[in-house]
Design a binder for this molecule. Structure first.
Ligand code: COS
Length: 385
């Protein structure tokens, strides 16, 4: 479908596709096998200014929005979800500074993030917090001009590789959600170390680590927004980033569909290419239709967010849940269309099926997304009364 992209949007999409095809596709299986962080590709993306797409021009970025970022994420995900996770999680970690950072914090961090010189990670999840975002147990205690952080974050994407960490910690445990605050913590701060690197089912080239804070002292100025605002910072960050997860779903579904359709033309059974068999055609028809529907929703929501609309929780949750459920279904279908070949590591779809599963889990499980949508519907219907 033609989404009437303007010249800059076409440029972003085409360049992302070129990088994906030339630099990612040839190495994706190896990166997956070896669980190797894709530094070479990260550097190529930095050289092409991809890390600055959504960052304001005054801080060295392109000043584009969620829509253009989604176009880039989609193309990278078509080739490899591990690589695109590294890229998209960088934006997730940047949003707290972009949305709530002070002018000084923006000046200090955003130019290096835009140039790709320093990578970012977002730290919310812990052993007892994730879906329950207000259940964070890491503490941040104000002592003089410093906050002292103690606690452990788990399953943090870009952990260990990133230089900048945006962290949610409790400044007042008794206040629940209103007792959380957001901070910037830089790598190499004394008292901040990394735990084990996770061995994962999919997105194996992305790094997933624990972040450990043991009497880690950071300057008072590293507080993002006001004390007690951390829960809202986290929620608004996720509202902005979830469309990117939707874009990941669209990209991986597109990649899986293309691989399956190509194989169905080549594979002959009963004297014909299997693409001429109606049972196979119907699977491919559903895969293509669902992928296009997911793309249309993700693009619309991304554009809606870029209008500066105040409350986008429902819409971003809808984009995330729909596109990632589609991604899971389409990647499973791709394996089915390709049969034995689909199950083999020689072809890319088994990896896509393994990779796709995380999309239904991270940045809020798809059950949490349905809760968010449900809560919004309750509020809307109450307003109408
Ligand atoms: N924007 C602005 N405000 C929001 C908000 C949003 N998106 N979501 C919640 N709030 C506000 C609420 O309005 C409420 O304000 P009041 O105290 O003034 O009424 C406050 O924040 C607490 O909200 P709520 O009571 O809904 O909090 P819950 O603890 O029940 O949690 C969910 C709500 C489930 C939506 C939240 O915990 C969540 O999003 N969890 C998933 C987090 C996630 O994605 N984790 C994955 C790991 S991070 S990559």
């Amino acid at each position: 479908m033609d989404y009437f992209l303007d010249e800059e949007q076409l440029m972003i999409r085409d360049l992302a596709r070129q990088i994906a095809e030339e630099k990612i596709m040839p190495v994706r299986a190896e990166l997956d096998e070896k669980e190797e962080f894709p530094w070479e590709i990260v550097n190529a993306l930095a050289q092409s200014d991809f890390f600055g797409i959504y960052i304001p021009e005054e801080y060295g970025g392109f000043g584009k929005g969620c829509f253009e970022l989604s176009l880039a994420i989609e193309e990278l995900s078509r080739a490899c979800l591990g690589v695109s996770t590294t890229f998209a999680a960088n934006a997730l970690g940047t949003y707290p500074i972009m949305l709530y950072g002070s002018a000084e914090q923006k000046k200090k961090y955003l130019p290096d993030i835009a140039s790709g010189k320093r990578m970012v990670a977002f730290g919310l999840t812990e052993a007892n917090a994730g879906s329950d975002a207000a259940g964070v147990q890491t503490t941040a205690k104000l002592e003089g001009n410093e906050y002292v952080l103690n606690g452990t974050k788990q399953w943090i994407t870009n952990g260990g590789e990133a230089e900048i960490y945006t962290i949610i910690a409790m400044t007042d445990r008794n206040k629940g959600a209103r007792g959380a605050s957001a901070f910037v913590v830089e790598k190499d701060t004394p008292g901040f170390s990394f735990g084990k690197k996770e061995n994962k089912l999919g997105i194996r080239s992305s790094s997933t680590r624990e972040l450990i804070f043991e009497n880690c002292r950071i300057p008072k100025e590293n507080l993002i927004g006001r004390q007690g605002m951390g829960f809202i910072v986290a929620m608004k960050t996720l509202d902005s980033s979830r469309t990117g997860v939707g874009a990941q779903g669209v990209g991986i579904a597109q990649g899986a569909y293309e691989a399956a359709a190509e194989y169905a033309r080549e594979r002959h059974q009963f004297g014909h290419p299997i693409i001429s068999i109606q049972a196979v055609q119907h699977i491919l028809a559903d895969m293509a239709t669902e992928t296009e529907a997911a793309r249309a929703l993700v693009y619309s929501v991304a554009k809606y967010i870029d209008t500066g609309a105040r409350d986008v929780s429902k819409e971003s949750a809808m984009a995330k849940v729909f596109a990632t459920d589609v991604a899971m279904k389409v990647t499973v279908d791709a394996v089915q269309v390709m049969g034995g070949a689909g199950y083999m590591r020689e072809y890319p779809v088994e990896k896509m099926m393994r990779d796709a599963k995380i999309l239904q889990i991270y940045e809020g499980t798809n059950q949490i997304q349905r809760n968010v949508i449900g809560q919004a519907l309750i509020k809307e219907t109450a307003k109408k009364k």
